[in-house]
Design a protein around this ligand. Structure first.
Ligand code: 9D3
Length: 249
């Protein structure tokens, strides 16, 4: 059981996005819990304002420190122990599967989502333990990045995926992309399923799949191959692929 808390100005967005499909079922079954906390409820302003103009000038608005800090304090009081506070920001470390595995070991996690031009630095200094980005492209806020991160963590929680093979046994574990998949019919639009998959010869199928994974990774994500776990034979197979590739150029 891991508990996710999200401090946000758009709690509906989080609830809508994470209460469907596999993650929604995981919540219903009690493997995880997700609680979105509306920062606006902690505004002391009579119009519930939570943002203001930036000191020093510049475009846009900045989220004020007090509502963010008060929302955090109230939550911290309720949880009653030390919890990591992950601030979603384009300036954070870029999320990786390694970080996902590390976060999945926690019992609670608080995500802080910014909007507008960001949050008053003083609130961040007071509460944030980790800063996290999901990649180098510009979004409108931290909500989708928090949802992405929660999705990635949740699927590592035992019971969330109903297949018996552990989630970590698949792609990224050995730094290879996955092999191509086929299901019925045997022929579609004149394209046949590779004969080897119909052979019933499990050892050959396994070898073919590994080779396909290597071919695919070399074509699409050669950067991954530097860290890939390959047997000596597979290493040779890869070297021959590279030689063939050079000849084709
Ligand atoms: C327009 C404001 N930008 C100034 C040059 C900075 C900026 C602040 C806030 C740009 C985008 C955002 C909103 N994005 C996030 O809060 C965010 C994010 C992202 O945009 N990309 C990848 N990961 C993340 S995590 C949070």
């Amino acid at each position: 059981m891991i508990k996710f808390y999200i401090l946000t100005l758009f709690p509906d967005m989080i609830i809508q996005g994470l209460h469907t499909s596999i993650i929604g079922r995981a919540v219903e079954r009690g493997y995880i819990s997700i609680e979105a906390i509306d920062i606006r409820e902690y505004s002391k302003d009579k119009h519930f304002r939570v943002d203001d103009y930036p000191y020093g000038g510049g475009a846009g608005m900045v989220m004020q420190a007090a509502p963010v800090y008060q929302a955090y304090r109230a939550l911290k009081e309720r949880i009653g122990k030390k919890v990591r506070v992950i601030y979603m920001t384009p300036q954070g470390s870029v999320l990786s599967q390694k970080m996902v595995r590390e976060f999945s070991q926690e019992e609670e996690l608080i995500f802080l989502c910014g909007h507008y031009e960001g949050i008053d630095e003083r609130a961040l200094e007071l509460i944030v333990t980790d800063t996290l980005s999901i990649g180098d492209y510009v979004l409108t806020g931290g909500e989708l990045p928090a949802m992405v991160t929660i999705d990635a963590i949740s699927r590592l929680v035992p019971g969330v995926l109903n297949n018996d093979v552990s989630a970590e046994f698949e792609s990224f574990h050995d730094n290879l992309l996955e092999y191509p998949q086929y299901t019925r019919p045997e022929e579609y639009m004149g394209k046949r399923v590779p004969e080897i998959l119909l052979s019933g010869h499990h050892a050959n199928i396994e070898k073919w799949r590994r080779e396909q994974a290597i071919i695919r990774t070399l074509e699409r994500r050669p950067d991954l191959l530097e860290q890939a776990c390959l047997t000596e034979k597979e290493q040779k197979f890869l070297e021959e692929l590279k030689i063939k590739k050079k000849k084709d150029e």
